[in-house]
Design a protein around this ligand. Structure first.
Ligand SMILES: Nc1ncnc2c1ncn2[C@@H]1O[C@H](COP(=O)(O)OP(=O)(O)O)[C@@H](O)[C@H]1O
Ligand SMILES: O=C(OP(=O)(O)O)[C@H](O)COP(=O)(O)O
Length: 393
């Protein structure tokens, strides 16, 4: 059953969205991407004479702290949707039931943070049932939370006859499939970021599928050291060196070419004002650390990216949060933008990678930017996401 098969007339659609958006110190929303991404699903229900009840979590509250209240999101959501969004002080109980009952077709109601109740994360069945009684149809459009087996994502679906994914969820799955299932080749994956250990399953799963794999960022030094290189004080996970060698060997078996940086921009301190120098990647002296890829590497990666037909990017090439070490990540973004303009399909995902792409102005120059961090990584690891399985099953 897809969203287009459902008749929403005079029905209330209970829509799980991921409105887990960043707020500043004054509790204003600073990035509206996830709200905008859910818009077409919400508008579809309204245009088909239904009403929408939105449910989401915000942050990781412990004790119903005000800073995690979804009331801070109401104004931005109203602006984006072009409809005044109503708000229920709780997601279950009398206030929620009354607000849902009063809701008319064409109206939108946002429920208070699901995680104000421990039952949400516990995947509590009675809580899921109570939520389900607010609506007639269930739509899951919360891709960013699809890797969580929570009440509103994985448990609630069983209480509905009519249930489906929203448009965002469909888009995310479709675009990921363009990379993982039916890529135009050559397929290139670029993995960066800080730790090998947090992405090891991604590397292992990706290795079997891609033609080329670039390993950049802080992750690269564990591979360089494992091969006998001198990495000075660069980030390293010594207990993962053996694994790094195994990965290099496996890549050969799969005929996958792994590309590591050949040079590095190093610094004598982890700070914006540190002294900086370029060096060969395996010749970093003690007291220095690699914080970005060097110019030669940027050029090599640029050329490699131009040869790819499908490009997946997760994880920055350096400490891009500091301007002094942002150049390598910018160069990757630039190269991917050029390749995309020339016809390649490019997908970017991961919290920090997406932040970098937006910060440097490449969000509109790649084919698809995922709204999921952890969710996208788990899909890349080859896992089935509970939020997806609950609808498909
Ligand atoms: N050479 C490096 N040394 C230390 N940290 C690095 C290095 N390169 C990148 N990083 C850091 O990695 C972090 C991002 O990693 P990660 O969370 O794995 O990315 P993503 O969220 O895109 O999956 C950034 O904070 C960045 O500063
Ligand atoms: O922002 C989210 O995850 P992400 O930062 O990995 O994309 C989701 O809303 C999930 O939140 P959670 O990691 O608190 O379960």
């Amino acid at each position: 059953m897809t969203i287009n098969d459902i008749n929403f007339k005079d029905k209330k659609a209970l829509v799980r969205v991921d409105f887990n958006v960043p707020l500043d110190d004054n509790l204003n929303v600073t990035d509206t991407t996830r709200i905008e991404a859910a818009k077409d699903t919400i508008i579809h229900v309204l245009e088909n004479d239904g009403a929408v009840i939105l449910m989401s979590h915000l942050g990781r509250p412990k004790n119903k702290e005000n800073e995690f209240s979804l009331k801070h999101v109401v104004e931005k959501a109203s602006d984006i949707l072009g409809v005044q969004v109503k708000f229920a002080e709780d997601c279950v109980g009398q206030s929620a039931i009354q607000a849902a009952q009063d809701l008319q077709s064409g109206e939108v109601l946002l429920l208070e943070n699901l995680r104000y109740h421990d039952e949400e994360k516990a995947g509590d069945s009675a809580f899921a049932k109570a939520l389900s009684q607010l609506g007639d149809v269930y739509i899951n459009d919360a891709f960013g939370t699809a890797h969580r087996a929570h009440a509103s994502t994985a448990i609630i679906a069983q209480f509905f006859e009519e249930k489906c994914f929203g448009f965002l969820m469909n888009r995310e799955i479709e675009n990921l499939n363009k990379v993982l299932e039916t890529p135009e080749r050559p397929l290139l994956a670029i993995l960066g970021g800080a730790k090998v250990s947090s992405k090891i399953t991604v590397i292992e799963n990706i290795l079997q599928k891609v033609d080329h794999l670039i390993i950049a960022g802080g992750m690269a030094y564990t591979f360089i050291k494992a091969q006998g290189g001198k990495i000075g004080n660069s980030l390293v996970e010594d207990d993962k060196q053996e694994l790094a060698l195994e990965i290099l060997k496996k890549a050969q078996e799969h005929n996958t070419q792994i590309h590591l940086p050949v040079d590095v921009l190093m610094a004598d301190d982890f700070s914006e004002t540190a002294n900086r120098k370029e060096a060969a990647i395996d010749q970093i002296p003690d007291g220095w650390m690699g914080l970005d890829i060097g110019e030669k590497t940027q050029q090599q990666f640029h050329d490699l990216i131009q040869q790819a037909q499908t490009i997946l990017w997760n994880g920055p090439a350096g400490v891009f949060e500091m301007q002094a070490f942002a150049q390598g990540t910018k160069a990757l973004g630039d190269a991917i933008a050029v390749a995309t303009k020339n016809g390649a399909f490019s997908l970017v995902g991961g919290g920090d990678s997406v932040a970098a792409v937006k910060q440097f102005g490449y969000a509109d120059k790649v084919s698809y930017v995922s709204t999921g961090g952890g969710a996208m990584l788990e899909l890349l690891e080859g896992k089935t996401l509970p939020g997806i399985a609950a609808i498909v099953d």
